[in-house]
Design a protein around this ligand. Structure first.
Ligand SMILES: [Zn+2]
Ligand SMILES: [Zn+2]
Length: 280
């Protein structure tokens, strides 16, 4: 039997994200109950004026909620102020202007949009219609490569989220078809000291496997990637922490990754996955 210590969840959404109505305090209380050491808020920052979620994020509200909760619970848990930024080629300047000097502990960079479709959400499903798999997925990884090349985000979110709805069109995601670009991205990412995220949300979504898949994690390790952060990408309290034990065990079979966290932009090592899993 395995027991698992979940040390961190750095990917959660609250009511300052358009797609969540969750009051942030409920997460904090639950995280303390579950004895997490680090809880990071990572609401969506979407800067494409054509995106329906554009300008929804309210920095001041996110900040003041965070300050309030830190004051109230800071002795019981380490709370972190993060943000999940939607990267899009052409928006680099706006991303810099909207995130510099904002006091974020960390930033997760995610590719959510392609050709005007929010491919990581149900509204983006038409992106796949009439497209062959290679075209649909290659465009995603090309955008991911540009994001990592931008070298601004210490954390890459849900590395293969293109499969979220892609699996409904093309079946199980086969990372080996995109091996050369995936490895190229990882070489760049590792050299820059960035990390990827073990994101459990794919387990509750159509792929029924974490982001990234086992094959992708293997490539990451083979290209020298040793560090990960852990997140459930919860948009509700019910989703909070869902699938994390399975995701961590899944990753451990591939490589004994080092779990890290970012505090005021500094990367801190929390220990190897195996240290959090007790098998008896
Ligand atoms: Zn995301
Ligand atoms: Zn998210």
């Amino acid at each position: 039997m395995n027991t698992m210590k979940i040390i961190e969840d750095i990917h959660i959404h609250t009511n300052v994200s358009k797609d969540s109505k969750q009051d942030p305090e409920a997460y904090v209380k639950e995280a303390i109950e579950r004895k997490l050491q680090y809880l990071g808020f990572s609401d969506h920052l979407d800067l494409d004026p054509l995106d329906k979620d554009y300008e929804y994020y309210r920095y001041e509200d996110a900040r003041s909620d965070f300050e309030f909760l830190s004051g109230k619970y800071g002795k019981e848990i380490n709370l972190l102020f993060g943000v999940e930024v939607t990267f899009q080629t052409g928006l680099e300047k706006s991303i810099l202007e909207n995130t510099e000097n904002k006091g974020y502990d960390y930033m997760i960079g995610s590719v959510h949009r392609l050709e005007g479709f929010t491919i990581a959400g149900t509204s983006g499903i038409p992106y796949f219609e009439g497209k062959d798999e290679k075209t649909a997925y290659t465009a995603y990884f090309e955008e991911m490569k540009r994001m990592v090349g931008f070298n601004y985000f210490p954390i890459v979110g849900h590395f293969d989220v293109i499969k979220r709805f892609g699996v409904n069109f093309y079946g199980k995601f086969d990372a080996y078809k995109y091996e050369s670009i995936i490895r190229e991205i990882f070489r760049m990412l590792v050299k820059q000291g960035n990390v990827i995220e073990l994101n459990s949300s794919g387990l509750r979504q159509p792929p029924k496997e974490p982001y990234p898949s086992a094959e992708v994690l293997k490539m990451y390790a083979e290209e020298g990637g040793t560090e990960v952060v852990i997140g459930s990408d919860a948009h509700t309290l019910k989703q909070f922490g869902q699938g994390l034990p399975e995701t961590i065990l899944y990753a451990q079979k591939i490589f004994d990754f080092n779990v890290v966290v970012f505090i005021k932009g500094m990367k801190i090592s929390l220990g190897k996955i195996s240290e959090f899993v007790n098998t008896y």
